[in-house]
Design a protein around this ligand. Sequence first.
Ligand code: SF4
Length: 448
Amino acid sequence: MSALSLDPGRVMMVSLGCSKNLIDSEEVLGGLIEAGWQVIDQAEAADLIIVNTCAFIQPAVEEALEAILEAAAVKARRPVRLVVMGCLVQRYGRKLGRNIPEVDLWLGPGEFARLPDLLAKGSDQNLVLGRPAYLRHSGAPRSLSTGPGWAYLKIAEGCSHACTFCLIPKLRGKYRSRTIDDLTAEAGQLLWAGVKELVLVAQDTSRFGRDIGQGLIGLIQELDRLPDLHWVRLLYLHPDEVDQGLVEAVAESRTVIPYFDLPVQHAAPRILKDMGRQRGPDELLKLIEAIRQKIPGAVIRTTMMVGFPGETDREFRELIDFMGAVRFDHLGVFCFSPEAGTPAARNKDQVPTQEAEARQGEVMARQAEISRQKLAPWVGQEVAVLVEGPHPESELLLAGRTWFLAPEVDGKVIITDGSARAGDLVRVRVTRGHDFDLEGEIIASSEG
Ligand code: SF4
């Protein structure tokens, strides 16, 4: 008898982790819709619950296990089947099935596209896990979850860097790029669906195409040809890979926003070296200066990691000084998490959690100050804003983003006056600045 065989019914998805994982969730739901399934958002009414997991660091593993146990609790009350997919399955494989028998099917990150077929034909396996080799393509289904105005476009899968703290290459396999033709085909489909902003993602977008004899500059030039595409945003540009050629291509592009997301991770030379990063602080500073010289007003985002093994007070101060020297427009900061199987986890010189968290708090307080100062000059100016919909905290307000705010990670433009629909591109006069958000009023309902 098959372990899992289901006729189409109602499916609910819990999507955890990063934007790359979200695209996988959208693909699975797109495939299920094509097969006749209806997507709902209430677990209690679902015939099938899918949890798409992240397992990059321990807090993500804990969040994933919590979501699975919550779904298992629903299963204890009423008939529902449970599928778990994503990085957690790749990381822990068979161990999971032994500990959480309520799950009907565990699917590795290279296998999720088979789900509609497995459900229709019946799967006699409880774990479907292979080498993570899957690569999305423009013929694959997709049910957009990011709202009508913008969408992520996954340009590559996996990672071939060897950062000593990171498990991603083990979980997602080697870097593999989609082709430019395939990406422009998917971009065309998204534009047809009303998307105005494409957010290009991969574990490292700057390495795009190298494995197939293409490159990011070529992709930018092709995207520039697409009419009706307003904004292209490049996230996750590995700082070791960005060169003058890419900076010039962004400067010349019609669509690519001068928004550079450069996750530098740290600024102390010893730590950068131990992380497996090539460029030291001086080279990183030079790169950022070169960007700002070529594109005055370019926006720079980064991600930092505190509490890397052996991080001394002096090294942490180097990070804070670097922040002061660069004055990043946006910054996210994580505490190092020793992940089994990574070289950094074997280092005996671990920084106590409390100390790392205190450093994380200090970085964020410093960044709030910098961000407030950098947003203040926008007050009184007019900006194009892509409306995302009602503000999550009040139906009376709208929320949107302008070109220098990336979705999900940066602040928002809170619209206090005027009406617009989600997906509209409107003109807004900025009336107030906060630490990370701006406030403004709509002065024209179309950006023209
Ligand atoms: S670039 Fe480094 S941190 Fe980013 S996914 Fe690859 S190995 Fe991990």
